[in-house]
Design a protein around this ligand. Structure first.
Ligand SMILES: [Zn+2]
Length: 68
């Protein structure tokens, strides 16, 4: 891994503080996409969502953990 490019804009210069992104802007864009994708998927209503989240303990949710 000697060469990294920003996954958002493909710029070759990546800011170490915002890896793997080139800047906070691109990091925010990616975060926004991630949230949008997560909350856009058809699924249980918010109440069910909250219950599922509350149930998550140290041993739970490993499969759902985003791989960043
Ligand atoms: Zn970028």
């Amino acid at each position: 891994m000697t060469r990294a490019t920003c996954p958002i804009c493909r710029k070759a210069e990546v800011d170490p503080g915002y890896r793997p992104f080139c800047s906070k802007r691109c990091a925010d864009i990616d975060l926004g996409r991630w949230f949008t994708g997560r909350y856009a998927v058809p699924g249980p209503p918010a109440g069910e969502m909250a219950k599922a989240t509350a149930r998550m303990g140290p041993d739970a949710g490993q499969a759902d953990r985003p791989r960043l």
